[in-house]
Ligand binder design. Structure first.
Ligand code: GLV
Ligand code: MN
Ligand code: MN
Ligand code: MN
Length: 431
């Protein structure tokens, strides 16, 4: 994968960080909340507008656009030698969790398009085709399930399970998908998933550019994170039903308070995570809702969502089952009914040596400083790793902050990331 005259070649591959910055700002305007607070939910009006914007950028970059029935969007630059060769692909997501920032995911979508634009405008022809990809719904906001697009691509999404999911308004996936302008032809969920499937070997290599979402690169003053593995995520939802009643009249001995079960559970989630004594174990009670939610009403229902992650899958699974057991014990003690559902329980993904090397060599040859690191956040790369040799490129973000309106990466850091991505894709696609 070493290329003679890299410097000469990369002088012609002119990445524009200021264009990228303007595009990130423009996409940030397409939000349900006021920027810099970004909220962009799957198949919502702003998500559809963002898709149109991304497709227009792909077209201006000279890429051939195609979409699958779920709305994964591909922009392709053809290869010189043989278009039968599988493509080198780079991409990420543009959906954004409530009140988050402009860079998470978006950098990896717009950065991939910018990398391919710069390669194309340089006049360089690569052997393999290269593609920029925007995945559908990396974030779990609407249906509770993350990485819908990439799970479908790698054949890891069951149609019955997807059909069982409902958004907050009770809308099912297929109906939501039609609302976004996809799955229009009366196709079943199984057919939609089938049409999005990419068989193993269908992608030659996958690289995702992302902000670090942690403080390590900034703290150490480094330009690039070369990702070696992605931690294993899992999530579980709990629904508790007690009696509820009048906050004055229902005396303490007669209460079956679903809210207190939720509260006790949240504390036990923290204890189980701390209990492994491994810094890599993290567990979060990110959703805790009580019903009816009135100050003078004893909560008769509670809904809790817990996220558990670790580098070590077995240890993660141990914490997950301990949390579920605790929930059962706490609910029984308070005579509250309980149901739970494991939403996802995914394995970790190791990155592939071929992609790690391409990223590392690229950073080195561009004179950038770097370190190897693990991604504690999940990404579509977690699933792409199941069908293709996969890697990730991280760049610093201010204060390590992400999933917040003040999320920020500098133009210089973005330029470093996109140049590293462009060179890594050139190496993987061949010249
Ligand atoms: C995705 O945003 C994650 O939670 O890692
Ligand atoms: Mn995110
Ligand atoms: Mn992301
Ligand atoms: Mn993510």
């Amino acid at each position: 994968s070493s290329i003679p005259n890299v410097n000469v070649m990369m002088d012609k591959v002119k990445v524009s960080a200021s264009n990228l910055f303007e595009q990130i700002e423009a996409l940030g305007e397409l939000s349900d909340t006021t920027p810099p607070s970004i909220t962009r939910i799957l198949y919502s009006e702003n998500d559809v507008r963002a898709r149109d914007y991304v497709k227009s950028l792909m077209v201006s970059a000279g890429l051939v656009v195609r979409e699958d029935s779920l709305g994964n969007i591909y922009g392709r630059l053809t290869g010189s030698e043989d278009d039968e060769l599988s493509p080198v692909v780079s991409g990420s997501h543009a959906d954004a969790i409530p009140h988050s920032g402009k860079y998470d995911g978006v950098l990896g979508v717009l950065g991939a398009i910018e990398a391919l634009r710069a390669i194309r405008d340089s006049g360089l022809r690569l052997k393999r085709p290269v593609e920029a990809l925007m995945f559908t719904s990396e974030e779990p906001t609407r249906f509770g399930l993350s990485c819908i697009g990439s799970r479908a691509m790698c054949g890891r999404l069951d149609a019955g399970y997807l059909n069982s999911l409902r958004d907050a308004n009770g809308t099912g996936f297929l109906e939501a998908c039609r609302g976004g302008g996809y799955c229009k032809d009366g196709a079943t969920t199984a057919e939609v998933l089938e049409a999005s499937y990419v068989p193993k070997g269908g992608v030659h290599a996958f690289v995702e550019l992302h902000i670090e979402q942690g403080p390590m690169l900034e703290d150490e003053g480094l330009d690039i994170g070369v990702v070696t593995a992605i931690a294993a995520p899992a999530s579980v939802t709990f629904d508790f039903v007690g009696n509820g009643g009048h906050a004055g009249a229902l005396l303490m001995p007669y209460r079956r308070d679903a809210g207190l079960v939720a509260a006790e559970l949240a504390l036990s989630v923290e204890q189980w995570a701390l209990g492994t004594k491994a810094v890599d174990t993290v567990a979060t009670t990110g959703v805790l809702q009580v019903y009816p939610g009135a100050v003078n009403s004893v909560p008769r229902e509670a809904h809790v969502e817990v996220d558990v992650r670790d580098i070590d899958e077995e240890r993660r699974d141990g914490v997950l089952s301990s949390i579920i057991r605790s929930a059962e014990v706490i609910a029984r003690k308070r005579s509250v009914e309980m149901e739970h559902k494991i939403v996802n329980q995914d394995p970790p993904a190791p990155c592939d040596a071929s992609v790690i090397d391409a990223v590392q060599e690229s950073a080195n040859e561009l004179g950038l400083t770097s370190r190897r690191m693990v991604s504690r956040a999940y990404h579509d790369a977690l699933f792409m790793a199941q069908i293709a040799p996969t890697g990730m490129i991280f760049i610093p973000c201010k204060g390590g902050v992400s999933h917040r309106p003040d999320e920020f990466s500098s133009q210089k850091d973005m330029e470093n990331g996109v140049r590293t991505l462009a060179l890594a894709m050139i190496k993987l696609a061949g010249v």
